[in-house]
Design a protein around this ligand. Structure first.
Ligand code: PLP
Length: 397
């Protein structure tokens, strides 16, 4: 019996080491990683540049607190500001904390701009924003708030996709609209560029803030640094994490100057957030993501991945029901129960994740090659053909 909280349905496999796209178990089995620890290891495992950055940083200072200047954090923030819509950055250790920072900043902004009655945030069904009390209230998933009441007030949930329904829901208390450009845990649903554009227009028209949760879809995963760039819009606040640390706990809340200006000393903080070790690694990750050709590679591999998913759907139309997502944040709604299928693929030494709505989720490291994609789809093809053979009576196959 494990001494850990029973909060996770853990696979019994334990990995001992990794290299690039591969993970190796204690038994010496080699696995092809198409989930990156849930979208985290953007540069794969044991990347020589990241290891060098960690080693170098570990021999300087690990932690000094935010009572002192942290040059690595200043530098990472400047680079994020340079590469995005944002003027200001607050570093966290996780995605849910980045969301908390965005929620607090939005409320504080209206409080300080003479509109304290504006605190409500319009969010969407099928979202996932993390596990803190604020984030579960924002996500609105009944399974995640059950038993943890009273639920934090001030969130309204709508189905994504219907702009006029969003406009109808805006009232005198509305402060912001918050959305994942591509819903991750909820089932890899891209909400669509025109919907995102519509939300931006509504926010401008009604003087609301647009908050994007790019914790999973950001940091190069869709072939642009951030997924909202595809829609040609800019948010006012954005939560980032997962890929930003390449496996080291790091997150960030990015904001426009006007919005961040009420976050003065005393309003918010984090002991660890943006410490020298995390930010040194964050800078090393960014060196690679911003290197010429990196995002183009991610884009190209994403297109290949989608081509293979469509092929698979054509070949197994009874078992692959829908292809979803964008770039290297990809999902297939499948017929076989997804948890069993994830295990079946694990037995074939391919690691993938599940998402809501019986979706098989592919979140490979962004460094993957065409060969890795072909290998993964060979395994996927075999798994579907075996499943089809075993279930012949129940399907047309
Ligand atoms: C993972 C995730 C979070 C929460 O991040 P943690 O680091 O687990 O707190 C928030 N939003 C989205 C979209 C995520 O995928």
């Amino acid at each position: 019996m494990s001494a850990l909280f029973g909060t996770y349905m853990r696979d019994e496999v334990a990995f001992e080491r990794g290299r690039g796209m591969r993970l190796f178990s204690g038994e010496g089995d080699e696995y092809l990683d198409f989930m990156s620890g849930i979208g985290v290891n953007a540069l794969g495992h044991n990347d020589p540049q990241l290891v060098a950055a960690l080693k170098e940083a570990s021999e300087k200072v690990w932690h000094v607190s935010n009572l002192f200047t942290v040059p690595e954090a200043e530098r990472l923030a400047e680079r994020l500001v340079e590469g995005t819509f944002a003027d200001k950055v607050f570093f966290t250790n996780s995605g849910t904390e980045a969301i908390e920072c965005a929620l607090k900043t939005a409320r504080r902004y209206f409080h300080d701009s003479g509109a304290p009655e504006k605190y409500e945030i319009i969010a969407f069904t099928g979202s996932f924003h993390g596990r803190t009390l604020g984030a579960i209230a924002a996500g609105g998933n009944p399974d995640y708030v059950k038993g943890f009441g009273p639920v934090l007030e001030g969130f309204k949930h709508l189905a994504p996709g219907d702009i006029s329904a969003v406009e109808a829901a805006i009232g005198p208390a509305t402060a912001a609209i918050m959305i994942e450009p591509i819903q991750g845990e909820g089932g890899v649903n891209a909400v669509g560029e025109s919907f995102l554009k519509g939300l931006r227009e509504l926010c401008d028209k009604h003087r609301l803030l647009l908050i994007l949760d790019e914790v999973q879809c950001g940091y190069g995963r869709t072939g642009k640094l951030f997924a909202h760039e595809w829609a040609g819009i800019e948010p006012d606040l954005m939560a980032v994490a997962k890929g930003i640390g390449g496996g080291f706990p790091l997150g960030a809340c990015l904001a426009k100057a006007e919005v961040a200006k009420s976050m003065v000393p005393g309003t918010h903080g984090s002991t660890y957030g943006g410490n020298p070790l995390a930010c040194a690694i964050g800078n090393a990750v960014l060196d690679r993501i911003l290197a010429p050709g990196f995002l183009e590679h991610s884009d190209k591999m994403g297109q290949k991945l989608f081509w293979h998913m469509h092929q698979l759907m054509q070949k197994y139309p009874d078992h692959v029901l829908e292809v979803r997502g964008k770039g290297l944040m990809a999902g297939m709604k499948i017929f076989p129960p997804v948890r069993d299928f994830v295990t079946r693929l694990r037995d074939k030494k391919l690691l993938v994740a599940a998402a809501g709505d019986n979706v098989l989720r592919l979140l490979p490291p962004l460094i993957l090659t065409q060969g890795d994609i072909e290998e993964a789809f060979e395994k996927l093809g075999t798994a579907f053909s075996e499943y089809a053979a075993e279930n012949r009576n129940g399907s047309k196959d």
